[in-house]
Design a protein around this ligand. Structure first.
Ligand code: MG
Ligand code: ZN
Length: 217
């Protein structure tokens, strides 16, 4: 049984994203657009050293639901995730698994009037962050137990932090330059004792190590 589950967001946390989403995979040359953010590999290696822990990548891939991106199929979105994980492995890090949500909800459709959506992927699923579905799936797949396994979620959006709080876990925001304003939104949430704002993934890993050490005492 694992004692700690650490979940990390993909776009804007591990790799580069743009203000209105890069929707990585929508072009055929997507591999050339994969860029790791500073200190990501060091952060992953530090997390890998935490005893009895698993590290999962959780990603909302709303681009799958957008008909304007015919190349970004659900299969392509999985291909991108596997490629990112393979690159991390080549650099000496380890991601134990990943969970992908290919859906958008009605609110997302309303906010993005510039796109056409594939109705098959429009739903109010339980996996779009801040819903806890992907975290629960990761917990199950990693062999953790809800309520017994400590959960940390790292991401660049307030939705990542809310997903952590919804799971009774700890949320770590790494503000991302292309997505400003998320730190202010995060500071307005209740339960600030379960929220941390970190500079980069290495800093987030050090926070988790410290939090686990303090919990043991
Ligand atoms: Mg993100
Ligand atoms: Zn979903």
């Amino acid at each position: 049984m694992i004692r700690t589950l650490i979940c990390v967001d993909r776009d804007g946390t591990l790799i580069n994203d743009t203000k209105d989403h890069l929707y990585l995979g929508k072009e055929n040359d997507w591999k050339t657009r994969v860029r790791f953010l500073p200190h990501v590999i060091e952060g992953i290696k530090a997390i890998n050293n935490i005893p009895d822990s698993s590290l999962y990548m959780l990603t909302n891939q709303s681009g799958v639901a957008i008909s304007d991106f015919p190349l970004l199929t659900e299969g392509r979105a999985h291909e991108v995730c596997k490629y990112v994980i393979k690159k991390i492995e080549e650099m000496g890090g380890r991601i134990d698994g990943y969970i992908l949500c290919p859906h958008v909800n009605r609110a997302y459709v309303e906010r993005h009037k510039q796109y056409q959506f594939d109705e098959r992927f429009v739903c109010d699923c339980n996996c779009i962050k801040p819903a806890p579905g992907m975290v629960l799936d990761a917990l199950k797949s990693a062999g953790g137990i809800p309520g017994k396994t400590a959960v940390f979620i790292i991401g660049d959006r307030v939705s990542d932090i809310k997903a952590a709080l919804n799971m009774g876990g700890t949320g770590i925001l790494i503000p991302f330059a292309n997505q400003p304003g998320e730190d202010e939104k995060t500071r307005e949430l209740p339960q600030q004792t379960r929220i941390h704002i970190a500079q980069d993934l290495l800093n987030a890993a050090e926070f988790i190590e410290r939090a686990l050490r303090l919990a043991k005492q």
